[in-house]
Design a protein. Structure first.
Ligand SMILES: Nc1ncnc2c1ncn2[C@@H]1O[C@H](COP(=O)(O)OP(=O)(O)OP(=O)(O)O)[C@@H](O)[C@H]1O
Ligand SMILES: [Mg+2]
Length: 229
């Protein structure tokens, strides 16, 4: 089991009011599986993905990654997990506006290097260029995010998410901002990269083009996950 969630709870407090977002989530995902998480806006999908990606911590419950229980107080270990093994495609991509396409993809490696932690890959410039070629962005390496199209932002974001030796790729509505034609291209690309690099893919989506290709589908409702058959 590459990922296991055990009784995860998460509550936000906003203006003195408690919002119970996750109410006892259980989930087990095997290596190389492709899984979707669906659910209404505000149901907690991004919150769940952030906990799986150790970007955010649960109030209670356990997360197991690669067979090991995650210690959310060990920030060194969390940084390494995120930079090396868990890729994240954010809902609005969040590329850094003042850095080029290539620099955005190199960023995780630079951060690790600066923190004097384990390097992503010996020759990470080569790796970044390879990934950008795979996603069809070789001709835009020196463009800034404001100078590229929506589909290209998605492609760059995928390349950045795959820097390192990613074993899990988390994609939060990767086609949410794209037209149908570009959505299909991005979905095809994700499937092709999954074949090639062999990672576990967890996708939050409402896109029927995407969900009809996925066997393991879950719906987040009232803070719990239900299987969709
Ligand atoms: N940092 C926060 N502080 C307070 N409330 C929050 C915070 N983050 C999220 N929420 C609330 O928690 C609920 C779940 O948010 P989340 O972003 O996980 O939903 P979602 O399913 O991803 O929605 P969408 O489909 O619109 O992206 C929402 O009601 C949201 O307003
Ligand atoms: Mg969301």
């Amino acid at each position: 089991m590459i990922l296991k969630l055990e009784n995860i709870y998460k509550t936000y407090i906003s203006e003195g009011e408690k919002i119970h977002v996750l109410n006892g989530i259980h989930l087990e995902i095997k290596e190389n599986q492709i899984v979707s998480v669906e659910g209404a806006s505000g149901s907690g999908k991004s919150t769940l993905l952030h906990i799986i990606g150790v970007i955010d911590k649960p109030d209670s419950g356990n997360v197991f990654l690669f067979g090991e229980k995650v210690d959310f107080s060990d920030t060194n270990k969390l940084d390494l997990l995120r930079s090396q093994y868990i890729g994240f495609i954010f809902q609005h991509y969040y590329l850094l506006p003042d850095f080029t396409v290539l620099e955005n993809v190199l960023m995780p490696a630079w951060i690790l290097e600066k923190q004097n932690k384990k390097i992503i890959q010996h020759d990470y410039l080569k790796k970044a260029k390879e990934l950008l070629e795979k996603v069809g962005m070789s001709h835009r390496l020196n463009h800034f995010p404001s100078q590229i199209s929506g589909g290209e932002l998605a492609r760059t974001s995928i390349a950045r998410a795959l820097m390192g030796e990613k074993k899990i790729l988390l994609a939060d509505e990767p086609t949410g901002n794209l037209d149908k034609e570009n959505s299909i291209k991005i979905i095809d690309l994700l499937w092709q990269l999954h074949q090639e690099y062999q990672f576990t893919l967890i996708i939050v989506t409402h896109d029927s083009e995407l969900t009809q290709r996925i066997k393991n589908r879950y719906k987040l409702i009232h803070g719990k996950l239900e299987i969709i058959n």
